[in-house]
Structure formats: structure tokens, C-alpha cells
Design a protein around this ligand. Structure first.
Ligand code: SF4
Ligand code: SF4
Length: 253
């Protein structure tokens, strides 16, 4: 299938084979962990900040750059590279990635890219191979497919959450009216500052205005990784409800 966006990034079918391996013995080890424009999705941020035992504000201030995307008004968050020769990632070390268990989606999927868009039946995905000259991972290694690689790299929860962000942005984009400033701030808080959003939920008694099971409420308010993921999932519903006035998975009381 031809790649309709960039001919230098060939498309791969979900079950198409490619050979790849990355380990500390490759001559290019760590070469790809520098000088990156590395986007961080809300789910990436919650995993990283938990890994580092930091609150959202400290993590975002210390490690990221945040901008507003003019077409939608949503936040584009990127990991800030260290300002030293070679601009290494702040989490790279001589023995590899220091946040490996919770590394961002883009690091997990490399050397595969996953493009998504919203279709009539839901998310449509396509895979493409990123072959860069410095990467020796293609020299040898086991046969893989996009499906096996994504499974191997633990991408399921990342993709599920990231697809929700894509859906929200696509719906706003389709309306051709970016979020106003108040909604921009709310979206940034709810999606990127999960711990502060959780405090707001309690303070503003948001659950009182919604039809939400007791079990889901308790999960959202739990201060652990699972609670953070539940809170982010709720944040997507909440944003959809307050932007569009309706959400399939969340209703007003
Ligand atoms: S987060 Fe880890 S895998 Fe990703 S660029 Fe940084 S060091 Fe490399
Ligand atoms: S450049 Fe490729 S093979 Fe080398 S460390 Fe990075 S991903 Fe692995």
C-alpha cells in the first residue's frame, strides 16, 4: 500500500514482516536518544511523572516545553533535550534509558511509526517504517510485524489513550473552531495536570453533576498509576462533554 504522506517512509501492513533488533551491543546504542523533537502525550506524561515520583507541575516545568496548537487550541507537549553538546535526552545514560519501563510512546514504537485518523467506524491506523542511516537495528534480528512489535513494546495502553486524544482533537478540528482560551486552559489542566485535575474534581464536586458509578468514581480518585489512567480517561470524557455538550460514555445526572 503506498504511503500517501511521505514516500521515504514506506507503509507496512499490520502483518508484514521486517527484521529489527535493538540492544546494548549495537554499534549505534543510544545514538537515537538525542536531538529529538519528542512529543509527549498526556498518557506519556502520567507514566513518566509516576516513574520519577514527581507531581505533574514539577515534571512538566522541569522536562517539557508546552505550546498551544493554533488549529485546535489543544496542547502540544515535547520533551526538552538537555542543553549540552549533542543535546541528549534527559533520561539517557551510558547503560540505556533510565525510564525504560515508562518510556514514551514514540520511543516504544520506533522504528515504526503509527499514523491515526478518525474514520466513520472509529480509529483508522497505518504503520510505516522509519529507516534512518545511523540505525543499525535493521542489520539483523528476529522477524517482526507491526502487530508483534507493538505488543512486544507494551504499546496497548499507550495507543488506547493516545487515540482518545486524537479523537478529541479531530472532533474539534472538524468543527473548524479552535477552543477558546478558557477551554484551552481546562483541556491542558485535565489532560496534562492529572493530579491537579483530581483535586478540582473533589473541590468542585464534579461527580455530583454526572451519572457515574461509585466504582468508577473511586478509581478516578485513587492516587496511583491505575487511578491516574482512570482520571485521564475521565478527563477525555469530561472534555468531550463540556466542548460538545454530549459524550457517549459520560452523561449528566
Ligand atoms: S526517553 Fe528513553 S528511549 Fe526515549 S529518547 Fe529518552 S532515553 Fe531514549
Ligand atoms: S539507532 Fe536503532 S539500533 Fe541503534 S540504539 Fe537506536 S533504535 Fe537501537
Amino acid at each position: 500500500m503506498p504511503n500517501d504522506t511521505d514516500p521515504s517512509l514506506p507503509d507496512l501492513a499490520p502483518d508484514e514482516h521486517f527484521c529489527f533488533d535493538c540492544n546494548p551491543q549495537v554499534p549505534c546504542f543510544n545514538r537515537c536518544c538525542a536531538e529529538l523533537t519528542l512529543p509527549l502525550t498526556p498518557y506519556d506524561v502520567l507514566r513518566l511523572r509516576r516513574h520519577l515520583s514527581l507531581d505533574s507541575k514539577t515534571f512538566l516545568t522541569s522536562y517539557t516545553t508546552m505550546q498551544t496548537m493554533p488549529e485546535t487550541g489543544f496542547t502540544l507537549c515535547t520533551l526538552t533535550m538537555n542543553k549540552e553538546p549533542g543535546e541528549p535526552c534527559p533520561f539517557v545514560s551510558p547503560v540505556g534509558c533510565m525510564v525504560y519501563e515508562d518510556r514514551p510512546s514514540a520511543c516504544r514504537s520506533y522504528p515504526l511509526g503509527r499514523g491515526t485518523r478518525l474514520g466513520a467506524q472509529g480509529v483508522i491506523e497505518r504503520f510505516f517504517l522509519i529507516k534512518e542511516d545511523h540505525c543499525h537495528g535493521f542489520d539483523e534480528g528476529p522477524e517482526r510485524t507491526p502487530i508483534s512489535w507493538f505488543e512486544d513494546q507494551g504499546l496497548s495502553p499507550y495507543n488506547a489513550s493516545n487515540d482518545r486524544y486524537m479523537r478529541l482533537m479531530s472532533l474539534v478540528s472538524a468543527g473548524k473552531k479552535p477552543l477558546d482560551e478558557r477551554m484551552q486552559s481546562m483541556a491542558r489542566l485535565a489532560l496534562y495536570y492529572g493530579d491537579e485535575f483530581r483535586q478540582m474534581i473533589t473541590k468542585m464536586r464534579i461527580f455530583k453533576r454526572l451519572s457515574l458509578s461509585q466504582e468508577r468514581q473511586e478509581r478516578i480518585l485513587r492516587d496511583d498509576m491505575d487511578g491516574d489512567a482512570a482520571c485521564l480517561d475521565f478527563a477525555y470524557d469530561w472534555m468531550e462533554l463540556i466542548i460538545f455538550g454530549a459524550c457517549d460514555t459520560l452523561t449528566r445526572a
